[in-house]
Write a protein that binds this ligand. Structure first.
Ligand SMILES: [Zn+2]
Length: 479
C-alpha cells in the first residue's frame, strides 16, 4: 500500500512524508551551497563544485595549470630549504618546525611532539569520516655531500642522501592542493611526518604515539625515489614489496698471544674466517630456494698489529628476507652455525641480532588502487607492476601492518642520463623535475581512496533521511 496519495506530492516527485520534507529542506540547502560554491570556484582553476563527488578522473584537469604549477614551485623551494639543513634521526627539530610552519600557513591543524619529539601530523578535514594518510620522512644521513648544488647541505657530514627532503616536500605539496579543495574532499587526509626512517624505526614510534588514531587511518600511501627508474614512471606490487632487514653482530672471543707462538693462544680470526665461509655457503642451503634471502657480511674487524694474535674478532652484516618463516629459520641457522664453528675452534662465539624493519607488504586493495590511479594519471606505459620484490627495506612496513595501503617507487632518473647516483650516495640529490609526478600521485591516491574510486569502496555520505545505511562498506575489489 502506498504511503500517500499522488495529490500529496509537491509536483517534483517527492511524497510529502515527514522524512521527505526533511530531504527537500536538505536538497534546497545543498542547492544554495552549490550555487555559492560555483560562484566562488569560478574564480579558481577547478572543475568541481560543492556537492559533486571528487573522483580520480574528475580531478585530473585540476592537477595541471597555474595553480598546480605554483604548488610544485613552492614544494621545490621547500625542498631546497630542507636540503640545506639536514638533521639525523630523532634530531629533526628544525625540519619539524619548518613543516609545522608550512602546515599552519595552509590552515591545517597540527599535532606536534610525536615519536620522541620531532614527529608531527596534520589533518585536512573534508566531508566524510573515512581517513587516509600520506607519509613523509624527515631524517638525513651521516654522509658528506658532494653534489655541488647551490642548495647543498650546510651541515658538514650530514646530507639528504636518500631524498627524504623531496618526499616530505611532495607531501607538503599534496597537502597544499588538498587543503585548498577541502570542501570537495570526500573524507579526511592525515599527513604523517615521521622522524628516523634510516634504521631507527621512526614509523613504529609514530604508531606507538597514536599517529594513526583519532581519526583512525583506514589507508596509508607513501613513496620513495628510485634512481634506476626514469622520471614520470612509478612501480610497486601487491603483497611483499620490500624485504625485512635485520642486522647482526658476531663476536668471536679467542685468546691473544705472540704471532710466533700461535699454539699458546686461540686465534679468533681463523674462527671468524670459517664462520664467514660457512654462513655464505650453508644458510642459503637450508632455505627453500624459491624463498629469497640475502645475507651480507659487511665488516670483519680484528687485531692491532701484524705480530699479535688478538683476543677478539667481530663480524657484522645484514639479513634480508621476504617472509617471517624464512626470517626465523635463517636466524636459527646462523646462530647454530656460529656456535658449532666456535666449538670446533675453541672460541666463544655470540651472534646477536638487532631486529630491523619487517617486510613492507602492500594490501591488495591499496596496490589495486595504485595501479588504476597511476594508469589514469601517468598513462599505463609509465606504470610497472613488479613480478618480484625489491630487497631494500623501509619502516613504512609498520603502517601497512596496521592499515590498508600501498608504498611505491617513484622514478627520479632524468631520461637523458644513463645512470643517476644511487640512494645514500654523496652525489644523490632528489631531482626537482620528479616533484610534480609525486605530488599528483599522492593527491590522486588520497582522493581515489576516499571517493572509493576504482576499488569499489562506497565512501559517499549516506542518504540523510535513512540513518540505517552504513557509512562505509568494506573494501572490495572490482571485478
Ligand atoms: Zn630513504
Amino acid at each position: 500500500m502506498p504511503r500517500c496519495q499522488k495529490d500529496q506530492t509537491d509536483g517534483t516527485g517527492y511524497f510529502l512524508t515527514a522524512p521527505n520534507i526533511l530531504r527537500k529542506v536538505i536538497d534546497h540547502t545543498l542547492q544554495i551551497g552549490r550555487t555559492a560554491a560555483r560562484l566562488h570556484l569560478s574564480l579558481n582553476p577547478v572543475t568541481l563544485a560543492f556537492g559533486d563527488v571528487m573522483r580520480t578522473k574528475s580531478i585530473i584537469p585540476m592537477l595541471a595549470g597555474p595553480h598546480f604549477d605554483h604548488i610544485v614551485q613552492r614544494s621545490i623551494q621547500l625542498r631546497h630549504r630542507l636540503h640545506q639543513c639536514p638533521e639525523l634521526g630523532y634530531h629533526e627539530k628544525q625540519t619539524s618546525a619548518l613543516i609545522a610552519g608550512e602546515l599552519r600557513r595552509l590552515k591545517i591543524p597540527v599535532t606536534t611532539g610525536l615519536a620522541g619529539g620531532t614527529g608531527l601530523t596534520g589533518l585536512i578535514t573534508g566531508s566524510g569520516r573515512r581517513c587516509v594518510a600520506l607519509r613523509g620522512e624527515m631524517d638525513a644521513l651521516p654522509v658528506q655531500e658532494q653534489t655541488g648544488k647551490a642548495w647543498a647541505s650546510r651541515r658538514p657530514g650530514v646530507m639528504h642522501a636518500c631524498g627524504h627532503d623531496g618526499h616530505t616536500s611532495m607531501v607538503l605539496g599534496a597537502a597544499a592542493w588538498l587543503s585548498r579543495h577541502r570542501s570537495l574532499l570526500p573524507g579526511q587526509v592525515k599527513l604523517l611526518f615521521q622522524p628516523a626512517e634510516e634504521g631507527l624505526n621512526g614509523a613504529l614510534r609514530m604508531c606507538e604515539s597514536g599517529a594513526l588514531d583519532r581519526p583512525n587511518v583506514a589507508a596509508v600511501f607513501g613513496l620513495h625515489g628510485w634512481p634506476p627508474m626514469n622520471i614520470g614512471h612509478v612501480a610497486t606490487r601487491s603483497g611483499v614489496f620490500l624485504a625485512a632487514v635485520d642486522t647482526f653482530e658476531i663476536q668471536i672471543r679467542g685468546r691473544g698471544t705472540h704471532a710466533a707462538y700461535p699454539h699458546k693462544g686461540i686465534n679468533p680470526i681463523a674462527c671468524g674466517a670459517a664462520i664467514v665461509e660457512a654462513l655464505a655457503a650453508d644458510v642459503s642451503r637450508e632455505i627453500d630456494p624459491s624463498n629469497t634471502l640475502v645475507l651480507t657480511i659487511a665488516t670483519f674487524n680484528a687485531g692491532t698489529a701484524p705480530n699479535i694474535i688478538p683476543d677478539l674478532s667481530t663480524i657484522t652484516g645484514t639479513l634480508r628476507t621476504l617472509t617471517p618463516a624464512t626470517r626465523r629459520s635463517a636466524k636459527a641457522s646462523m646462530a647454530r652455525i656460529c656456535k658449532s664453528i666456535g666449538v670446533a675452534h675453541r672460541c666463544q662465539v655470540q651472534c646477536r641480532f638487532t631486529s630491523g624493519t619487517p617486510a613492507t607488504v602492500n594490501s591488495a586493495a591499496g596496490a589495486d588502487l595504485f595501479e588504476r590511479t597511476a594508469g589514469q594519471i601517468l598513462g599505463k606505459k609509465n606504470v610497472s607492476i613488479l613480478d618480484k620484490p625489491f630487497l631494500w627495506s623501509e619502516d613504512f612496513a609498520y603502517y601497512l601492518q596496521r592499515c590498508d595501503g600501498c608504498f611505491f617507487a617513484l622514478g627520479v632518473k632524468p631520461p637523458a642520463i644513463k645512470e643517476y647516483p644511487m640512494l645514500h650516495n654523496p652525489r644523490y640529490d632528489f631531482p626537482d623535475t620528479a616533484m610534480a609526478t609525486g605530488i599528483r600521485m599522492l593527491i590522486a591516491l588520497a582522493v581515489g581512496y576516499l571517493a572509493g574510486d576504482t576499488i569499489g569502496i562506497n565512501c559517499n555520505p549516506p542518504d540523510p533521511v535513512d540513518s540505517n545505511l552504513p557509512l562505509h562498506v568494506p573494501p572490495q575489489r572490482r571485478t
